[in-house]
Design a protein around this ligand. Sequence first.
Ligand code: RNT
Ligand code: ZN
Length: 420
Amino acid sequence: MTPKTIERNYRAARDRYAEFGVDTDRALRQLAAIRLSVHCWQGDDVGGFERSGALDGGIQATGNYPGKAGTPDELRSDLDLAFSLIPGRHRLNLHSIYAETGGKKIPRDELEPEHFEGWMSWAGRRKLGIDFNGTFFSHPMAASGFTLSSRDESVRRFWVRHARGCRRIAAAMGRKLGSPSVVNIWIPDGSKDMPADRRTPREILRKSLDEVFGERISPKLVLDAVEGKLFGIGSESYVVGSHDFYLGYAVANRKLLCLDSGHFHPTESVPDKISAVLSVLDEILLHVSRGVRWDSDHVVILSDEMRGIAEEVIWNGYLDRVHIGLDYFDASINRVAAWVIGARSALLAFLIALLAPAQKLRELEKAGDNTSRLALMEALKGLPFGAVWDYRCLAAGVPAGDGWMRQVKEYERSVLAARA
Ligand code: RNT
Ligand code: ZN
């Protein structure tokens, strides 16, 4: 498609949307302000650079597509390509196992901001903020299946020190990059079979979190988030940090709650949870993912759920209270393409939500005219959002449609193929 065609199609789409009272130019301006936190761990199957062993903690990246990043420079090069194909300016989401320690083995509880200098200067040059995560899995100290909720005091204290260190590292990132770093805590703690004591580990976890957050750090630098989960592989019967646990903790301690779209029973609605928890919380973090039969972390697509999440954020005016992170890891397809597909589909969902006459729908609802509400909702599905999206891509200087795949294929041939 030539730029001329894209522009012509956009003008036709703009007129069509105007008939519904929707200003497409305005929607595009709002879309351009949305920042996704792009997860570094899609680039190497949640491997990191410690070389300490296999991924565990009940999460899995399946597939063995060639070309995965093996060094920080490779990962950054892959991210550069991905970011160049995603319209807009976004953020990087980093895990502590991506530290650069110059070949030295630095225990996780001794990591310092200096071990993330490479990431910070890379992000600084690109004007990207960084969000951060403690890594409480793939480690001998997590082998028992318990970390912050461990009854073993030396294990528990190790992970408390790690979490505290991560907040200090994130504070350095927040200061250096001029944008608060969202620090997310997800722990794998739980058990395969029915425990006899569900209470004690939860009380220990609460105490550990209190110790972690005891150090005051300005919200201008760090925003703390806690992520619950229904079950993992090996923690089918009991997860210490369940949704209920963290919702209570976040409300009581004014923390952000992280809602991962793979962390609930499949018949539960994550879109519905957004306004539920934001009625009592100030801000939340989203981990946008796609579970297939379980929390499988498939690449995000333009699913009903993704569209529902975007609608809830946009229609309720929550953009300034919701941090949007991507969280999936597919090792069976080109990893750079996986980033681009998921990020673009998430953005497209937000564009579609922005292109809806939400006010009109709500007026119909308020007036009790649910027939017209349903008729309008269905009519909107036939509107030419694709033409608006193509125009957004053109304006942002990224290929429309799947035209960006040419660059990924070329990169695969010239760069990825040469990797061991
Ligand atoms: C695991 C959680 C967690 C991880 C990342 C790698 O179920 O979703 O967020 O995916 O920390
Ligand atoms: Zn998650």
